[in-house]
Design a binder for this molecule. Structure first.
Ligand SMILES: *Cc1c(COP(=O)(O)O)cnc(C)c1O
Length: 498
């Protein structure tokens, strides 16, 4: 399989090259030139496999310069049973006949990022051994909270790798911050920046695009790569769980083989929902893709009007992992929906970076609205939804998942569509204890994070993940706060480059 850039169709790279580089030199994102397909017979075979078996079959179609042995080693290492709190890895929880929750937070850091970031270090290590010989890889990460921890956990002590995570100093939950700043490992580095997630992401992208910085690092044998969802190696593992969810929906007789399911995804950088789109393109019977946003509703507007406009207030919400106004992976969708028109895609991205907005043509908008529905809600609605879902089903969901639940209810009310639906659940509620407890028992939360965790446990009886409980009393290792203009200096300091 050949990959190209969303901004230059002359680019031709293999999967391992795409994974090592992370982002194309022209600023575009790597995408497969053709999407492999699955027919119903293929899906029937996948239905009989476990998660690891399904992952191997699907990844094989995309990562064609990996050997079967290499892929087996990667997948088996990533989805080891003891690292996940469910033997099914990504289990479905059936709320009722139309709604099933896809629990993507059963991994080591309690957020869906683990699904990809447990695998990416393996994929990157194999790719680097083929592409880079004896160079060291520096993983730069911008995080809205969950990617950072999941990437640190995935890459800790991986040989020949350093990882540096930038997070917005006031933009993550207390638990997210503590998870990152207490991270163990010899090759891990964490720095807060004075700014929001978009500042962190733009800063990291700028470092990737800076040839002078690259040359300086190369002198010390370092090359950069990315663990953000701009890296194809992050996206491809996410396709697996949508295929797997469909298999489980058929196995549980919630849908009949060949009949569609809808998918709802709480969305920030558009990586997760894009993976669902690719699964649909592969032939998995998926109906509507329902994009759920919080008050940072730039995607709701875009997916319904074709106008992308980031010139709007940035809201810090109770679903901070979705506090994003520049959704990077939308670029991949635009490339696909314009029949792989790299010039058009590049023009829109240029308009976005220069003016903060662009509007797609009518044909592209028609393709978008055919595929997607979109809705959003504010924090008050989010809270109400957590309470409603808990009261109706005794099911506790986190703030991000609640945003998706709300969008699903709004979609059903608007359209009357009763297609069985998978709702992506992206985090364990204890990662956002403060807001979740506030929803169930207003104002019971306190400043002490772990007191709040205990109270949430008293109210909900849901098990507290050990990996969060044991953070209590740990002293942060990483306390640096940097200006967003100084991110390159942080990189140099971290790598010992003058
Ligand atoms: C990252 C994240 C999201 C957003 O996912 P994208 O792939 O960036 O759209 C939603 N919820 C949680 C909990 C997350 O960590």
């Amino acid at each position: 399989m050949i990959y190209t850039s969303t901004r230059d169709k002359n680019v031709r790279v293999s999967a391992t090259e795409a994974i090592v580089k992370g982002i194309s030199e022209d600023g575009g994102l790597f995408v497969p030139m053709t999407i492999p397909t699955l027919n119903l017979v293929d899906i029937e075979k996948l239905m009989r496999l476990d998660y690891i078996g399904r992952a191997k079959e699907i990844l094989k179609l995309y990562l064609t310069d990996f050997t079967d042995d290499e892929l087996s080693m990667c997948v088996e290492g990533a989805y080891k049973a003891e690292k996940f709190s469910s033997p099914e890895i990504a289990p479905l929880y059936k709320l009722n006949d139309t709604a099933s929750v896809l629990e993507l937070w059963r991994g080591p850091t309690c957020a869906f990022k683990d699904m990809a970031l447990q695998l990416l270090p393996y994929l990157l290590t194999v790719s680097a051994s083929k592409q880079l010989k004896d160079k060291k890889v520096v993983i730069l990460v911008a995080t809205s909270g969950d990617t950072g921890k999941a990437a640190l956990e995935g890459f800790k002590n991986v040989p020949n790798t350093e990882i540096l995570v930038f997070y917005p100093v006031d933009g993550v939950s207390p638990m997210q911050k503590l998870q990152m700043t207490t991270q163990e490992g010899d090759n891990v580095h964490v720095c807060a920046i004075e700014g929001n997630f978009d500042d962190a992401q733009s800063g990291v992208k700028a470092i990737f695009g800076d040839r002078e910085i690259a040359a300086k690092c190369l002198e010390k044998n370092y090359v950069f790569s990315s663990a953000n969802s701009i890296n194809w190696g992050r996206l491809v593992p996410q396709i697996v769980y949508y295929v797997s969810a469909y298999c489980d929906m058929v196995n549980s007789k919630t849908v009949r083989l060949g009949e569609p399911m809808n998918v709802v995804v709480p969305t920030g950088n558009f990586g997760n929902i894009l993976a669902a789109y690719y699964a649909k393109q592969m032939g998995v019977p998926i109906g509507k893709l329902i994009c759920a946003s919080n008050e940072n509703n730039v995607l709701t507007e875009f997916l319904t009007t074709g106008h992308y406009n980031k010139n709007r207030p940035f809201h810090c919400t109770t679903s901070p992992s979705m506090d994003i106004l520049i959704s990077s992976n939308l670029e991949r969708l635009l490339f696909a929906l314009t029949n792989q028109n790299a010039e058009k895609t590049a023009d829109w991205m240029k308009a976005l970076s220069e003016n903060g907005e662009y509007t797609v043509d009518d044909k592209t908008l028609a393709a978008v609205t055919e595929l997607f529905a979109a809705d959003y809600c504010d924090d008050t609605e989010t809270k109400r939804t957590i309470k409603k879902i808990y009261d109706s089903y005794s099911y506790l969901c986190d703030t991000h998942t609640a945003v998706a639940m709300h969008a699903f209810a709004a979609y059903c009310a608007k359209t009357g569509d009763a297609t069985p639906t998978v709702i992506a659940s992206t985090a364990n509620p204890y990662k956002f204890s403060h807001s979740v407890l506030d929803a169930l028992k207003p104002n019971a939360q306190t400043e002490d994070e772990f007191e709040t965790v205990d109270k949430l446990h008293d109210v909900s009886k849901m098990e507290i993940p050990a990996q969060l409980a044991t953070l209590k009393g740990k002293t942060p290792r990483f306390t640096r706060v940097s200006k967003k203009e100084d991110m390159a200096q942080v990189v140099f300091d971290t790598l010992g480059i003058n």
